[in-house]
Design a protein around this ligand. Structure first.
Ligand code: CAA
Length: 389
């Protein structure tokens, strides 16, 4: 079920969702296990996703995107992640952490140069905030951008950058005025072909292994002033605004993983027999199935609600931080819960590499960590409740 009575889908939504589902089943499903095993980046299928319009779903057509809304984005992402969360995170970062920020804060020239090739999937975009000593406490980054005439000279080390090993362009956050704390952070558009940009070591990971994650090093990288995104000192707000959009993407990724794990478990429980009956007929398994299904549908409601809240802000302004945080928190914890139960229902087969269930279990964990841990989401939600944001 990916339709809810209170969120009726238009025919365009259904067409996009069905196209993403077909693509994922035909093109990604046959290679997902192999790329997970090898850790190779799936260039070919990502390129095809660009041609299908999946890499810039909310980007207007004149900037190379599909010109659709946030609900369309989450529907398509869910379908891709149901088959492979690695393809899903590459798509999510490209759409929300990269294109969304540029569309919202970029100049016309920046949009023409930096959005079009990424939204159309010709090249890949990345977002780089985290550093080895600055993760959840994002206002403490050390990477330094020093103004020198019409340029900034950037030095520092970034970590955990999704698509870092392959991105052509990166939205980078660096300190222009360390005395000002988070108000001294600025954002920059980095062309990775320029000197002074070095790709660091690729991270070996538990899950989403076909997506590439690395450190990025800046060694006297010279960034022209026209490639600063937003005003000097506006970087922290840009980073946070963009993460609100990103968190809806990761929630959709978690939903896709949960659905895949649930479907596998439901089917297995209806086939496997023990003690003279299907294991799904035992109350112990049936109650697991009921809890899995209920949490999945509740996640979907929160995600669609966050997508519509984001859509509203396009016209009325304002923030949807709390809606996005609730969607990510609940959907990611649901993905872990469901994947855990799915392995348990499968018994030994859930632990085997012969089935994708163990991959869903490994892939689910990161959704509770990146783009803000579950603890950070709880902070965002409770601060909004207490009027502290
Ligand atoms: N939108 C707009 N503005 C925001 C905002 C938002 N969502 N959140 C905060 N702000 C503003 C505040 O209004 C405040 O503005 P003023 O200075 O004008 O008052 C300013 O930003 C500072 O806000 P806080 O005092 O709340 O800041 P904080 O230091 O307490 O941090 C936080 C808040 C929510 C904990 C934040 O640091 C955070 O989200 N941390 C997690 C970072 C994160 O998610 N990192 C993941 C990076 S990406 C990744 O995982 C890798 C990848 O490639 C996918």
């Amino acid at each position: 079920m990916s339709e809810l009575a209170i969120f009726p889908l238009t025919s365009e939504h259904k067409m996009l969702r069905d196209a993403a589902r077909d693509f994922a089943r035909k093109e990604i499903a046959p290679i997902a296990a192999e790329f997970d095993e090898s850790g190779e980046f799936p260039y070919k299928t990502i390129k095809k996703m660009g041609e299908m319009g999946f890499m810039g779903i909310e980007v207007p057509e004149n900037y190379g995107g599909a010109g659709m809304d946030t609900l369309a984005y989450v529907l398509a992402l869910e379908e891709i992640c149901k088959v492979d969360a690695s393809h899903g995170v590459i798509m999510s970062v490209n759409n929300s952490l990269y294109c969304h920020g540029l569309l919202k804060f970029g100049t016309e020239e920046q949009k023409q140069r930096f959005v079009s090739p990424v939204a159309s999937g010709q090249v890949i975009g990345a977002y780089s905030l985290t550093e080895p000593m600055s993760g959840s406490d994002a206002g403490t980054i050390k990477t330094r951008a020093v103004r020198a005439g019409d340029e900034y000279i950037i030095n520092g080390r970034k970590s955990w950058v999704t698509s870092g090993p392959v991105a052509e362009f990166v939205v980078l956050f660096a300190m222009t005025d360390p005395q000002q704390g988070h108000k001294g952070v600025s954002a920059f558009l980095i062309d990775t072909k320029q000197p002074g940009f070095v790709r660091g070591k690729k991270e070996p990971k538990l899950g989403i292994r076909a997506s590439a994650t690395s450190e990025l090093l800046f060694e006297d990288y010279r960034c022209p002033i026209e490639n600063r995104l937003g005003a000097e000192g506006e970087g922290f707000k840009i980073a946070m605004t963009v993460l609100d959009a990103g968190r809806i993407g990761i929630a959709s990724q978690a939903l896709g993983i949960a659905e895949a794990a649930y479907e596998a478990a439901r089917q297995y429980a209806g086939e496997r027999e023990a003690f003279g009956q299907k294991i799904g007929q035992f109350q112990g398994t049936g109650f697991k199935i009921a809890d899995m299904k209920t949490r999945i549908e509740a996640s979907r409601l929160l995600i669609y609600n966050a997508a519509l809240a984001k859509e509203k802000t396009k016209h009325n302004g304002g923030r949807y931080s709390q809606e996005a945080a609730m969607a990510k928190l609940f959907a990611s914890e649901t993905a872990m819960f469901v994947a855990h139960q799915a392995v348990q229902i499968h018994g030994g087969m859930g632990y085997s590499k012969e089935l994708p269930v163990e991959r869903y279990f490994r892939d689910a964990k990161i959704t509770e960590i990146y783009e803000g841990t579950s603890e950070i989401q709880r902070m965002v939600i409770s601060r909004a409740e207490m009027g502290l944001r």
